[in-house]
Design a protein around this ligand. Structure first.
Ligand SMILES: [Mn+2]
Length: 326
């Protein structure tokens, strides 16, 4: 199916149904929430009923998003006749809302992950887009629906969080043009930037200082690794959300080519996050352990003890760095 046909199949689905469940992914980020809520706003502007579902509460930093307070957990959610999954590369991404997807008469996907094989009845997947929000913006345009100020906040949030403020290699000229248009129409980018990046809870800064001061370098400095246990998080009064961004700080160390961050989960498993400076494919490593992501950013869960988890990931990352000497 061509891209135009895919776009038309989404528009037809939106026109045909009245009640929609919008699914977002686990570990919600700015793009899944931004695209999901922007689609909700679009549907409501057409007089339709739409509920955004996420299996975790909206992270504190995204509390400023319009309708953030209306996002519901799967167990509180209704099962509506039509489902739209936003920014979800596969069905594992909304595991706890699977029943909503199963029960729907019609399912649709709006996404930008190249790994998305198109698991719904209608699939609008643009691997070239920087963010699902970029695709949602195009949907507004294709349907001739004005992007209201609330939708602009959502679309901008998804684009800047998925592109590192329009600097990562996935940034498209189209994304920059969208941001220019939203800004021209009055979007307050300063305020959103403050909300996302300049409003850090005190405990988060303290936890990150602690974790980063204990980071280690391996492979002659080419690998950086940091870990945090549940006990350490409790000692700081911190939550999982307070660990966001640690792996990026490890990556940003000058000599580091691949960054590893391992967080102990409350279920005793370890969440491994990987970042690569375009020299090793960390998506391949995550895939080996049943995780996901892409070449530059990926993650997986490990049920092994911490020491084994560390030994395994160091071995795999070292091998990937060997394979790619750039
Ligand atoms: Mn995304």
């Amino acid at each position: 199916m061509s891209d135009v046909e895919a776009l038309n199949s989404i528009i037809e689905g939106i026109r045909s149904f009245d009640r929609f469940s919008i699914l977002t992914h686990v570990s919600p980020d700015g793009d899944t929430l931004g695209s999901g809520i922007a689609v909700q706003i679009l549907l409501e502007s057409l007089g339709k009923k739409a509920e955004v579902v996420c299996e975790e509460p909206v992270p504190h930093i995204y509390g400023y998003l319009p309708n953030a307070g209306r996002v519901v957990l799967p167990q509180e959610a209704a099962s509506f006749e039509c489902v739209i999954a936003c920014d979800c590369a596969d069905r594992q991404r909304f595991k706890k809302a699977e029943h909503i997807f199963e029960n729907a008469k019609h399912t649709m996907v709006i996404d930008h992950h190249f790994t998305n094989k198109g698991y719904a009845d209608a699939n609008l997947i643009r691997p070239g887009a920087s963010a699902a929000c970029e695709v949602v913006f195009d949907l507004y345009k294709a349907m001739d629906i004005p992007v209201c100020p609330e939708a602009a906040v959502c679309i901008y949030t998804g684009i800047v969080t998925d592109t590192g403020n329009l600097t990562y290699s996935n940034t498209t000229p189209h994304a920059i043009r969208i941001v220019a248009e939203l800004y021209e129409n009055g979007l307050n980018i300063t305020e959103i930037n403050r909300n996302i990046y300049r409003t850090i809870p005190y405990v988060k800064t303290r936890l990150q200082g602690h974790v980063l001061s204990n980071m280690k370098l391996e492979a002659g400095g080419r690998i950086g690794i940091a870990t945090v246990t549940v006990g350490e998080m409790e000692a700081f009064g911190a939550t999982n959300e307070d660990c966001e961004g640690i792996v990026d700080s490890v990556r940003d160390v000058e000599s580091v080519r691949v960054a590893i961050f391992i967080r102990e989960g409350r279920d005793g498993t370890y969440k491994v996050s990987l970042r690569s400076k375009e020299c090793a494919d960390v998506g391949k490593i995550a895939g080996k352990y049943g995780g996901g992501g892409h070449a530059a950013a990926a993650g997986y869960s490990s049920k092994e003890p911490l020491s084994t988890t560390i030994a395994n990931v160091l071995r795999d990352v070292s091998q990937e760095l060997e394979n790619d000497k750039n």
